[in-house]
Ligand binder design. Structure first.
Ligand code: DQA
Length: 143
């Protein structure tokens, strides 16, 4: 199955950005690991990042008919974007919400997600390993 993995704002800075919170791997390294995990699960992974809310929304729309499921780390748009909520709801593809950090152990403003109500489930707090876990979680939903 073809799976779309989306990464939102500031995730291009991984490796440099608060490594104590987000780990020391770059997004490029996480992409390679995620594609390898996908191969083991029989999933073809298309891995993308944008700092622009509208770009993420366009990609979600375009996923319809092209991908069987979505994994999304929406970054800070998690906590702000009704538009992302609506886009995921509109396409209706099984979607896993993913965060590297345990957002519930952090600031109060990270405790609310607009994405969670339209996600099949949420993985957070397991660092870069969460990407592989998200693919595993998605597998029975896209068979
Ligand atoms: C994040 C958590 C968000 O609160 C934050 O804004 C991010 C990254 C995570 O992966 O832990 O940019 O989604």
């Amino acid at each position: 199955a073809a799976i779309l993995v989306l990464n939102g704002p500031n995730l291009n800075m991984l490796g440099k950005r608060e490594p104590g919170v987000y780990g020391s791997k770059t997004l490029g390294e996480i992409e390679a690991d995620t594609k390898a995990a996908g191969e083991r699960l029989g999933m073809a992974v298309d891995f993308r990042q944008s700092n622009h809310e509208g770009m993420l929304i366009d990609w979600i729309h375009e996923a319809l008919g092209r991908f069987r499921g979505i994994v999304i780390n929406p970054g800070a748009y998690t906590h702000t974007s009704i538009a992302l909520h609506d886009a995921i709801r509109a396409v209706g593809l099984p979607t896993i919400e993913l965060h590297l950090s345990n957002v519930f152990a952090r600031e109060d403003f990270r405790h609310h997600s607009y994405v969670s109500p339209v996600a099949a489930g949420v993985i957070c707090g397991f660092g870069a390993a969460g990407y592989g876990l998200a693919l595993q979680a998605l597998q029975p939903l896209v068979e």
